[in-house]
Write a new protein. Structure first.
Length: 88
């Protein structure tokens, strides 16, 4: 699990899937920054990880400030699925 800062908005939402570093990563959480104040471009601060880490995320079995942080431009994000499927 890691925090990914996407500079710009590639159109993904919570539960979406992206290809990052050659692996499919699920967007567990997205915070949208820059709407009113801040950088000129929107930034999406995401918590991403493989599907098998979903339970750890849901149970908060991680320390947010200790996650590895990386950033990427929206144009470089390969979107596989735009948003997650609604839960029944």
């Amino acid at each position: 699990m890691k925090r990914l800062i996407i500079k710009g908005d590639p159109g993904v939402r919570k539960g979406g899937i992206i290809d990052y570093d050659g692996d499919e990563q699920v967007l567990f959480q997205i915070n949208r920054n820059g709407e009113w104040h801040g950088p000129d471009r929107i930034q999406l601060w995401c918590v991403i990880g493989p599907e098998d880490e979903r339970k750890d995320f849901e149970r908060r079995n991680f320390i947010p400030m200790h996650l590895e942080v990386e950033s990427i431009d929206a144009e470089a994000v390969d979107v596989i699925q735009r948003k997650g499927k609604p839960r029944a």
